[in-house]
Design a protein. Sequence first.
Length: 107
Amino acid sequence: MTAPSETRDEVLGMAADTEEMKNQVAVILGDLQTRIIHLEGARKSARGARKPDEVERETLDCGKIFLIVVNLVLAVLCLYLFSEVQNLQGALGDLWELVQLEGDKKN
């Protein structure tokens, strides 16, 4: 069996890994949002080059549908990751309590 300090270090390492994963996901989501904004800008500038009657006839084009779907997928992914992080933090808390109890039993 490992010493409580080693187990504590492992738990703290897992918590740091979890925080790093959250930061990486935030960076990826920020990059995707930036790309979506650039795509919207390009689409709007391309639309401005068209004749006015073509713009009036346009309703919900594929670009808008794609952006809506991407945003929905990102929202679901964020909710899922948030719940997984919460579950992991709860499990780490329970593990830490068990480690402390084992340390108390040995003392």
